[in-house]
Write a protein that binds this ligand. Structure first.
Ligand SMILES: [Zn+2]
Ligand SMILES: [Zn+2]
Length: 713
């Protein structure tokens, strides 16, 4: 097939872009093909490393939860990570040496080796951070845990004494309950009367006082406080921003891009707020009034760093009303948090929740030798939810891995994903979606990935997901069965007690489950004479328990896993999110916070981002790559005029972008501008006229043309 030079150049660049590093210039199609193959391999290698680290991270977290790891030594990471990394490095080495195109490939080798090292380091530091946070959290809880276990020990002791008085009387469940209940009530009463009185925090008053103090200078503070009742924030452009005067006397008007940027600042504040609240929740600590100050700090920071370009200022009314709204949302959260904290940590609540465990212990103590069944029931009662949680964690990684391998949108790099996004946007022809993609690409990508996951999980009535469920259930079943058998082998030799058996069992389960040994103290004093019988009883209960886990799983809402899968895939596929200040094209570098300039091979007509000619309402339809080659000037927010050729002097985002003069544009965005011309005119309140008139040639491009152009690559 013969292709014209121009077409080849566009295709060539596109392929290079899809293969990420368009900074490499390609001399011929063979090079392009070689890079394409290499990128697919690279995606596979990085996923191998990433999923290995995710599994390792889950195991580490299980061990920390089980109390087996109390401090992080470098050696914990060293062996498992290095081993996998070395194996992948060898594969890469082999590929570069043995591929038929190795002469071509060699020029890119060091770049790919570097990217792999960067990924390895990022994955290690991520895991280290998560593990450290958890260890820190556990240490904080230790004091409370000790207190709880001292109460528990005392109750266990009393329960055993009570059991001695009825031993050998062969009481049934109901009779046992009758003995147990009144004494239980008395014990709990004893414990609670020993406790110091708790001072309840007054969260609403704290919130009001902190606001009052912070906004003392606001005259209408009381009014606003009184009036405000909802936790919804509605932006009011007239009241929330003040336009700065031009040359100190001319009034500016609010442009569409100003509105978008105001909305973005507000979105940023809200999403940082949500993140902060989530983090506080994760720490499982009690409410503290300093959290309110943290919210004020976020708003302050974001308002200060908002990209206003000197055109407008956020009013104090904006800060006040937004603070009020976020404080109200936070108050609700903090109240729940305090309640949850009390539920977990208040000794009386704690004991009430553990009542069944204590009764079980009492029952075992009363029944003596016949109690292996009760012992096994108790153990499975604890194991089943732990298995369910583990299965969910494993499924998330498995589904993400399968989607990466089988969905064409996910098995290349971010630019490949973006290509698929552009295709689906054109197919749908939904302007609102385009708007989100242009102005909030991060959230758009997340939604796109989530949609795919939802579709994948419901395909063929969830057949694929069920296959993974079966595999995961099989794995965990084997792990438990092995633990039962190994434990019994050792226990037989050592003539062990229940406590010894449980120690061994938890050790053998190891990092497979979150199953802390200390949750089993209520049955550890049991006497076990026949470990073989215990083994049989445990094994017999395995299948019914697995069925229960499977049922539990299918009863849970299907959407529950989507955010976790989305997070893994997004991290695997996403890189730098910086957008070209002229046309909003997204930087294609696959490394977030990379060094050097941001860049993208294809820019768009500036009208996509609402640029217009000064003093007119005519759109600028040139692409930034041709603008930067022109003799024209651009006018900045602070009225500074800068020639396009020296755009970097404008500072800020302009200074960090490398935009090389080039006259080739994809037909995609020409089609977009022409197809959605009236929507763009309406949204930006500008016109495609005069110097901004859309060329006839653009109008002739059809959707099929642009789709074919994209799909060919
Ligand atoms: Zn651009
Ligand atoms: Zn970048």
């Amino acid at each position: 097939m013969k292709i014209s030079d121009v077409k080849f150049r566009v295709q060539d660049l596109w392929k290079a872009l899809v293969n990420e590093n368009f900074i490499f210039s390609f001399r011929n199609t063979r090079e392009v093909m070689a890079m394409s193959k290499l990128e697919t391999m690279y995606n596979h290698w990085t996923w191998e490393l990433r999923s290995h680290m995710l599994d390792f991270q889950n195991q580490l977290i299980n061990q920390i939860q089980n109390g087996k790891v109390e401090a992080l030594k470098t050696s914990i990471f060293e062996a498992p990570v290095t081993e996998k990394y070395t194996a992948i490095k060898q594969e890469l080495e082999k590929y570069f040496n043995e591929d038929p195109d190795n002469e071509i490939l060699v020029q890119w080798k060091s770049n790919f080796e570097n990217k792999l090292i960067i990924l390895k380091e990022t994955l290690i530091s991520d895991t280290r951070r998560k593990a450290n946070e958890l260890i820190h959290l556990k240490k904080n809880q230790e004091r409370l845990d000790k207190k709880k276990s001292s109460y528990a020990n005392e109750l266990l002791e009393r329960s055993r004494k009570l059991a001695l008085t009825v031993k050998g009387k062969e009481l049934n469940e109901e009779e046992l309950r009758e003995k147990f209940d009144p004494l239980w009530k008395k014990w709990v009463c004893d414990v609670s009367s020993d406790l110091p009185p708790v001072i309840e925090p007054d969260i609403d008053t704290d919130s009001e006082n902190i606001l009052w103090e912070y906004f003392q200078k606001e005259i209408n503070m009381v009014d606003t406080l009184m009036r405000n009742s909802g936790d919804k924030f509605q932006i009011n452009y007239d009241e929330h921003v003040k336009m700065n005067k031009k040359y100190n006397f001319m009034t500016r008007t609010l442009k569409v891009c100003d509105r978008e940027s105001i909305n973005m600042t507000t979105d940023h504040i809200i999403s940082r707020f949500n993140e902060t609240i989530n983090n506080i929740h994760k720490q499982q600590c009690d409410y503290n009034s300093s959290y309110f100050h943290e919210i004020l700090r976020i708003i302050e920071e974001e308002v200060k760093s908002a990209p206003t370009e000197g055109r407008y200022t956020f009013t104090s009314k904006y800060i006040l009303e937004l603070s009020l709204c976020l404080f109200q949302r936070a108050s609700k959260s903090f109240k729940e948090m305090h309640k949850a904290f009390k539920r977990t940590n208040d000794p009386v609540n704690y004991l009430e929740r553990k009542k069944d465990d204590f009764f079980m212990n009492f029952k075992i103590s009363c029944q003596g030798a016949t109690s292996i069944k009760t012992f096994v029931d108790f153990l499975w009662h604890k194991l089943t939810p732990a298995i369910s949680a583990t299965i969910r964690g494993k499924m998330v990684i498995k589904i993400a891995g399968a989607m990466r391998a089988t969905c064409p949108a996910f098995n290349g790099n971010r630019a490949n994903l973006e290509k698929h996004i552009l295709i689906s946007l054109a197919e749908e022809e939904n302007f609102d979606k385009y708007w989100q993609y242009i102005h909030q690409p991060e959230s758009f990508f997340r939604d796109y990935i989530s949609d795919h996951i939802r579709r994948y999980c419901s395909e063929k009535e969830g057949e694929k997901v069920n296959t993974f469920l079966k595999i995961s259930l099989g794995d965990i079943k084997n792990a438990i069965l092995t633990a039962i058998h190994k434990t019994t082998e050792v226990a037989n030799d050592n003539n062990s007690t229940a406590s010894g058996w449980l120690d061994l069992f938890c050790d053998h389960l190891g990092s497979n489950l979150i199953f802390p040994r200390r949750d089993l103290i209520s049955i550890e004093h049991q006497e076990i004479k026949d470990t073989e019988f215990l083994k049989e009883a445990m094994s017999a209960a395995l299948d019914p328990a697995m069925r229960k886990v499977e049922e539990d799983y299918s009863r849970r809402p299907k959407d529950e896993m989507i955010p976790n899968i989305e997070k893994i895939l997004s991290e695997h596929l996403c890189g730098c999110w910086k957008q070209c200040p002229f046309c909003k094209a997204i930087c294609t570098n696959t490394i977030p916070h990379h060094e050097g300039d941001h860049s993208v091979p294809f820019h768009r007509p500036q009208a996509v981002n609402g640029w217009y000619k000064h003093k007119t309402d005519h759109f600028v339809i040139d692409c930034c790559t041709s603008s930067v080659a022109s003799d024209r000037f651009m006018l900045l927010g602070n009225n500074q005029e800068i020639s396009y050729k020296n755009y970097r002097q404008a500072g800020g985002d302009y200074a960090t972008w490398s935009i090389t003069p080039d006259s080739s544009t994809q037909s995609y965005w020409k089609w977009f501008v022409s197809h959605f011309r009236s929507k763009l005119e309406e949204k930006y309140q500008k016109k495609f006229t005069d110097t901004g008139e859309i060329p006839e040639a653009w109008a002739k491009i059809t959707k099929e043309d642009v789709l074919n152009e994209l799909k060919e690559q």
